[in-house]
Design a protein around this ligand. Structure first.
Ligand code: TXA
Ligand code: MG
Length: 349
């Protein structure tokens, strides 16, 4: 299949092109589109056949449910029921934006979209192209991140092409995704809200709106046998091609240990990479060193993390040593993704 790439300009959204993209979804096809978090691989959420195509294009297990994206609050009632007062408050504060909420689903949502679950994940993106595209598609767009299953999520249209060219009808190019990490997921289908996946909407921000909030046990004890409540969180995700190992401790000890490990690896005739913060990248004398951004700007690290992991894939590097990052606020989401990419391999120094 030929994949058509369409460049869109936020300043003057081309309605004719958006209608064309919408028509692809209405006819059961797939279109990748930008959102403020990462690119999504969209299909009609109310069409079971489209969900099947999404799983196939990504190579994703079909028990892993999809997020349904909407563009208007009033559309929520068609797909979700038993909407709690806490959920209302969260939507009031954070929609449109990088927050996904899990509700009890209505019969309108096919089991294929939710991986057989009785709940449905819903998000209303803030991105203008996403919003216009969802409306042009009929209002309900199922979209996982637009990457091949197991690879880092995509934050540019070029990344999407790398992974999905030839497998989908169309890619809408809206440039670089501003946030760069997937949405925060909160389950509001039961009595107390529970965070299933951390994101740039932090626990503190959520608690400021609804009071104390729970965190899925599987997030608190990563690498343990506890089964995560978001089925997708159990897979080794966001993985670069090289083996990734995190080195944790005080910054001087970390630099010393990484230098030693890189030297050891390269002496065997292999290439090593270093994933470092802007402040400490100068500490490394050997290996391919890449900065992911300044520790003073967590947003910057979030935006660049997947991009940097993908850049390593273009190189000969077979082992990457990464610094660790503080895990307060957005850092919780950054470390969640980095630990998964590393398959939880951490060296403490
Ligand atoms: O920022 C995002 O959320 C991006 C953009 C495209 O919106 N989407 C995204 O989708 O990250 P995906 O499919 O890569 O991740 C969705 C996660 C998976 O871990 C999935 O298991 C979980 O959401 N999920 C979806 N529906 C669920 C449900 N009903 N109950 C629990 N977890 C659910
Ligand atoms: Mg994903």
């Amino acid at each position: 299949m030929e994949t058509k790439v369409i460049k869109l300009d936020y300043a003057s959204l081309d309605q004719v092109l958006l209608q064309e993209a919408g028509a692809v979804l209405r006819q059961g096809g797939l279109v990748a589109f930008p959102t403020e978090t990462v690119y999504g691989l969209g299909g009609d959420a109310l069409n079971p056949e489209a969900a099947r195509k999404i799983y196939k294009a990504k190579g994703r297990p079909s028990d892993n449910p999809l997020i349904v994206h909407i563009a208007r609050r009033e559309d929520l009632h068609r797909i979700a029921r038993n909407i709690s007062p806490e959920a209302e408050k969260l939507m009031e504060s954070f929609w449109p934006g990088p927050l996904t909420l899990i509700f009890q689903k209505t019969e309108q949502v096919p089991a294929q979209t939710t991986g057989g679950l009785s709940t449905v994940a819903v998000r209303m993106p803030r991105d203008m192209i996403a919003s216009a595209f969802i409306q042009a598609s009929g209002g309900f767009v199922a979209a996982p991140s637009a990457n091949v299953s197991g690879r880092p999520s995509t934050t540019t249209a070029a990344h999407v092409e790398e992974d999905l060219r030839g497998r989908i009808e169309m890619i809408l190019d809206g440039g670089q995704a501003v946030i760069g990490l997937e949405s925060t997921i909160v389950d509001v289908s039961e009595e107390k809200p529970v965070i299933l996946r951390p994101g740039v909407i932090t626990r503190e921000m959520l608690e400021a709106v609804v009071g104390e909030i729970l965190v899925d046990q599987a997030l608190i004890q990563p690498g343990s046998d506890i089964k995560p409540k978001a089925p997708g969180m159990k897979y080794r995700h966001y993985a670069p091609k090289a083996e990734l190992i995190i080195v944790e401790g005080n910054s001087e000890a970390v630099a010393r240990e990484i230098n030693r490990l890189v030297n050891q690896w390269e002496q065997e005739g292999k290439r090593a990479g270093v994933l470092a913060a802007e402040e400490s990248k100068g500490q490394y004398s050997q290996g391919l060193v890449k900065s992911v951004g300044s520790r003073k700007q967590e947003e910057e690290i979030a935006t660049h993390l997947y991009q940097v992991l993908r850049e390593f894939d273009e190189t000969e590097v077979t082992r990457i040593y990464s610094e660790s990052f503080a895990d307060a606020r957005i850092g919780a989401a950054i470390m969640n993704r980095l630990l998964k990419a590393a398959g939880h391999r951490v060296i403490q120094v």
